[in-house]
Write a protein that binds this ligand. Sequence first.
Ligand code: OAD
Ligand code: ZN
Length: 268
Amino acid sequence: KRFSSLDLKGVADYIASGKAKRIILFVGAGISCNAGIPDFRSPETGLYHNLQRLDLPCPEAVFELEFFKTTPKPFYELAKQFFPGKFEPTLTHWFIRLLFDKGLLLRCFTQNIDTLERLAGIPESKIAEAHGSFATSRCLECGKQMETARVQECMQRDEVPACDHCGGLVKPDIVFFGEGLPAAFFERATDVCRADLAIVVGTSLQVQPFASLPRRVQCPRVLLNHERVGDMGTRADDVVVLGDCDASLRELAALLGWTAALAAVAAG
Ligand code: OAD
Ligand code: ZN
C-alpha cells in the first residue's frame, strides 16, 4: 500500500513526500459543472436528460455522425449552450494548472470540448483532448476549415454553417460517435505507463476508449466524483472521495499548504 491513509490526507502525504512527480489526470464533464456547463449523464441536470424537447431517437443521437449528416440542427442548438467564450475555469481547472506550474503534471486527459483547460493556462502540449474541441471546424464534404468565429455567428443566428467552398455541412472538430479519436490521444496514451499518480475527476467513465485508460495505470489512483465509477475503488491503492470535486481539491490544496498558490493562479 503506497498511501499512508486512503483519504485526501494520504494523497497529500504522497505528493508532499515527492513520490508523485508525474501526475496524470483523467477528467470529464463534471469538472466544468461549477462553471455552469451541464454534464451529460447526471439525472435531472444532465444534457441527455434535457434533450427530450429536441425530439431525438435517443439522446446520444445529437453526437452521432450519421444522424448529424441528415439532421444537424439539434447539435447546433445544443452547441450554442456550451460554446467556448461564455465560461470561466473552475477551481479544479486551476488546481491542474497549479500542478503544471509546480512541474508535477505529466498530462491531463480530458473528454471535455469546452477548452477550459486551455483557458486556465495549461499548455496544449500537456493536454490530450480525447474528444476534440470547438477550437477548429471543417467541411464534411471537402475538408476546408471554417473560422470558429464564423461558426459561432451562424449558431447565434440559428443557422447551420455551410462551407464557402462547396456548400457542404460544417462540423466542429469534436469527436462524434462513429468517428475515430484524434491521433494525439493514442500517441499520448502511452503516458499511462509513466505516471506515478492518477487522478480521475468528474467523469462517469462510460465512453470508450477513454474509460479504459484509468484501468491501465499501475500507480496509485484517486477518484474525486459525485459517484463511484468504473473500477475505481477496487484496488488496494485506490482513494475514493465522493462529493464535489472543487471542494475536494480545495481541501487537498489546503493539506499541501497550496491554498495561497491556488488562489494566485486562479486570480490570473
Ligand atoms: P458524464 O455526464 O457522463 O459524467 C459526469 C460525472 O461527473 C458524473 O459521474 C457526475 O456524477 C460527476 N459530477 C458532476 N458534477 C460534479 C462535481 N461538481 N463534482 C464531482 N463530480 C461531479 O460526463 P463524461 O464522463 O465527461 O462525448 O462523459 C463522457 C462523454 O460522453 C463526453 O465526452 C461526451 C458524452 O457523450 C462526446 O461529446 C463525444
Ligand atoms: Zn466544403
